[in-house]
Design a protein around this ligand. Sequence first.
Ligand SMILES: Nc1ncnc2c1ncn2[C@@H]1O[C@H](COP(=O)(O)OP(=O)(O)OP(=O)(O)O)[C@@H](O)[C@H]1O
Ligand SMILES: [Mg+2]
Length: 233
Amino acid sequence: MLCHIAGTAIIKIMIEINNVSKRFGAKTILEDVSLIISDGEKISITGQTGCGKSTLLNIISGLDSPDSGTVKIDNEYISNLAQNQRAKIRADKIGFVFQSFYLQRHLTVLENVKIPSFVNKKCSEIEYDKRARLLLELVGLRDRVDSMPYILSGGEMQRVAIARALVNLPKYIFADEPTGNLDRNAAQAVINLLLELQSRFGCTLIIVTHDPAIAGQMSRHISMAEGRLTDEN
Ligand SMILES: Nc1ncnc2c1ncn2[C@@H]1O[C@H](COP(=O)(O)OP(=O)(O)OP(=O)(O)O)[C@@H](O)[C@H]1O
Ligand SMILES: [Mg+2]
C-alpha cells in the first residue's frame, strides 16, 4: 500500500496493525494497539517490564494471534491465518534476535547460522554456505566459523545470532532486547552491526529495548505502558 505524506513524499506501508487487543486469562495485555510501519524504518519500542512489548512483537510476527484487531504484513492479513500459514510467512520474511542467543551447543558457528535453512529452504546448500560465511565475515567472526558456540563471548554469540537471523535475507528484523545480556561496549557493537546490516540489506528494523541510549539511535521511537502505545516520535 502506498501512502502520501504532506502531499508529496510517498511511503510504502509494510506492516499495519489495527486495534489489536490481547488478553491472557483475565489480564488485558494489549489494548487497542494500532501502528503503521513503513518500508526500511528503524523503530525502537520501550516501556516498563510487563507492559506488553514482547507480546506485541509476537503478534506482529504471527507467533501469536490477537483476540481482536488485525495485523497485515505486505498486504496480507496474517492475523486471520492458521498457525502453520503464519509460521511460513514468519520464516520467509522475519529474522529474529533475542536476548538469550539460543545457539545450538552441538553445532558449529557456521552450522548455527544455517539453522533457518533446515526449516525453510529458500536457496541451494551451496548458496546458504556462501551467505552464512559472508554474514559471519560481516559480523566480524570469519575466524570463528568452525568454533563451537560455547567458547564464544556473549557479544560474539549475539553476532552469530544476528548472522543467523539474516541468512534467509528477511525483509524484517525483530530484535527483542538484543543487548540485554551484554555490557555497554558489546551492546553498542551489536547495535552498530544491526544498523549497518539494516542499511546494507534495506530491512525494516524493530528493536525492543530498556536502554534509552539504544532507543535514541533508531529513527522512530514508540513507548508503551500497560498494553497501550503512549507516545511516538
Ligand atoms: N503466554 C502467556 N501466558 C500468560 N501470560 C503471559 C503470556 N505471555 C505474556 N504474558 C504476560 O503478559 C504480560 C506482558 O508480557 P510481555 O512479555 O509482553 O512484557 P514485556 O513488556 O516484553 O516485558 P519485559 O520488558 O520484562 O520483557 C506479562 O504480565 C506476562 O506475564
Ligand atoms: Mg519482553
